[in-house]
Design a protein around this ligand. Structure first.
Ligand SMILES: *Cc1c(COP(=O)(O)O)cnc(C)c1O
Length: 381
C-alpha cells in the first residue's frame, strides 16, 4: 500500500534564489551614484565594499573583482604560476577553466570520499617537476584539509590557492577561511550566499598579492603613462558594489534562515535507507551555501538520477553539482590524470550528490514538503 502522492508545488522551486536587498536600501545607494556620475574604476561604493568585506571575512588584504572566475585567473597571475596546477575534478568548470586560461595544465587529483575535498595523499602523488600550485576547492563550504595541504606545499615549494566560492563566512576553529593558502578567491555570483549579481574577490595575507591583483584587474594600468603588468579588465562597478553593500547587511540573517531549513532537512531525511545528508565537522562554521544529500545508488530504492528527474513532477528542481566531473569535459578528458581509475571517489560522488532547494525565503514549510516528496519517491521505489 502506498500513500497518495504529495501535492506538487504550484510554482517551480529552484535550487536557489538570489538574495535581494531591501529595494529602498538599493535605491538610496543609486541616488548617490546618480549624483556622483561615477560608474566604475574604484568608485566610492567599490572601495567601501572592499573595506567592509575585508572586515567581514577578516581577510587582511582583499581585492574586489568582476567575478570569481576572473579572481582565480588574477590569483594565478599574481602568484606567477606556470606549468601544472593540481586540482579537483569535482568543482565548477570555473576552477579548472581559469587555470587553462592562465596557460596552466590542470592535473586532477582525487577527493577524500567523505569530505569531497582534495585528498592530500592523492595531491602529493600527483606532484611532478612542472607542478607550481595546488588549487583546492572548499566544496559546499566544507574546508579542504588545509593543514595537510600546507605541509605538502611547504615540502615541495608550491603555492596554494583556495576556491572559496562556497565558503563565504566559513571558519575553522574560529579562524576565517581566507587565512589559509596564498590566495583565497570568492565568487559573488547571483547564486552564491552573498551576491553582487556578478562579482568576486581575491584575498591574501601578502600585501604584494593585493598590489598585483589590483593592477591586474584594471589592465595593469599604474598611472596615465605606465602599464606595469599585462592585466585584464576584471573590475567591479558601482551598481554591483551598491547591491553588495545592501546585501551585506542581510547576509547573516540569510545564513541563519538557511540553517533553520537545514535543520528541517536533516530531521526529516534521517533514516531513509541509502540517503544521507552531508555533514560539517563540529569545528567548522557552516557557510550554509548548499544543502547536499548523497544517494547510494546500490542501497537506495531509487537512483540519484531517478530522484532528480522525478522531483521535477513536483515542480522541484534540484541540481547535481558537480556532475559531470571537469575531467570528463571533451577538452580535459585526454589528460592522463582524467582517467576514472585515477579519480574513483570523485567519480562516485558525482553520481551520488544532489543539491536540494536552499535559500532563506524557501521557508520551513516548503522544506517539509520537499522532504515529503523525496520520502514518497524513495518509498515508491
Ligand atoms: C560559482 C563558482 C565559481 C565561479 O564564480 P563566478 O563568479 O561565477 O565566475 C568558481 N568556483 C566554484 C566552486 C563555484 O561554485
Amino acid at each position: 500500500m502506498h500513500s497518495s502522492p504529495p501535492q506538487p508545488f504550484s510554482e517551480p522551486v529552484f535550487v536557489t534564489r538570489p538574495l535581494f536587498p531591501a529595494l529602498a536600501d538599493y535605491q538610496a545607494a543609486l541616488e548617490g551614484i546618480w549624483e556622483r556620475r561615477w560608474l566604475t574604476n574604484k568608485g566610492v561604493l567599490h572601495d567601501e565594499l572592499e573595506t567592509a568585506l575585508a572586515a567581514h571575512l577578516r581577510a587582511p588584504h582583499l581585492s574586489l573583482v568582476a567575478n570569481g572566475t576572473a579572481g582565480l585567473m588574477l590569483a594565478c597571475r599574481a602568484l606567477e604560476l606556470s606549468g601544472e596546477a593540481i586540482t579537483t575534478p569535482l568543482t565548477s568548470p570555473a576552477t579548472v577553466n581559469a587555470l587553462n586560461w592562465c596557460g596552466l595544465k590542470p592535473v586532477f587529483a582525487d577527493v577524500d570520499p567523505v569530505t569531497l575535498t582534495l585528498d592530500p595523499a592523492a595531491v602529493e602523488k600527483a606532484i611532478g617537476p612542472e607542478t607550481s600550485a595546488i588549487v583546492g576547492v572548499h566544496l559546499y563550504g566544507r574546508p579542504c584539509d588545509v593543514e595537510a595541504l600546507q605541509a605538502i606545499a611547504k615540502r615541495h615549494e608550491l603555492r596554494v590557492i583556495y576556491d572559496c566560492a562556497h565558503a563565504f563566512g566559513t571558519e575553522i576553529s574560529g579562524r576565517p577561511i581566507a587565512e589559509f593558502g596564498d590566495a583565497s578567491v570568492f565568487s559573488f555570483h547571483a547564486t552564491k550566499l552573498f551576491n553582487t549579481a556578478e562579482g568576486g574577490a581575491v584575498a591574501a595575507r601578502d600585501p604584494d598579492i593585493k598590489r598585483k591583483a589590483d593592477l591586474l584587474r584594471t589592465l595593469g594600468i599604474q598611472d596615465e603613462t605606465t602599464v606595469a603588468l599585462p592585466g585584464i579588465n576584471a573590475r567591479m562597478n558601482e551598481l554591483e558594489a551598491a547591491f553588495g553593500l545592501a546585501n551585506l547587511k542581510i547576509v547573516e540573517a540569510e545564513r541563519n534562515a538557511r540553517a533553520e531549513i537545514a535543520k528541517v532537512y536533516r530531521e526529516r531525511l534521517a533514516g531513509i535507507a541509502g540517503l544521507h545528508c552531508l555533514e560539517m565537522p563540529a569545528d567548522v562554521r557552516d557557510s550554509q551555501h548548499y544543502f547536499v544529500i548523497r544517494i547510494d545508488n546500490t542501497r537506495c530504492k531509487v537512483s540519484r538520477d531517478q530522484l532528480y528527474e522525478r522531483l521535477k513532477a513536483f515542480n522541484i528542481f534540484t541540481r547535481r553539482y558537480f556532475y559531470p566531473l571537469c575531467s570528463e569535459f571533451a577538452f580535459y578528458r585526454e589528460l592522463p590524470s582524467s582517467r576514472p581509475e585515477n579519480l574513483p571517489h570523485a567519480t562516485r560522488a558525482a553520481e551520488e550528490v544532489l543539491c536540494l532547494p536552499f535559500y532563506g525565503a524557501l521557508g520551513r514549510d516548503a522544506a517539509r514538503r520537499i522532504c515529503e516528496a523525496l520520502t514518497y519517491l524513495v518509498d515508491r521505489g
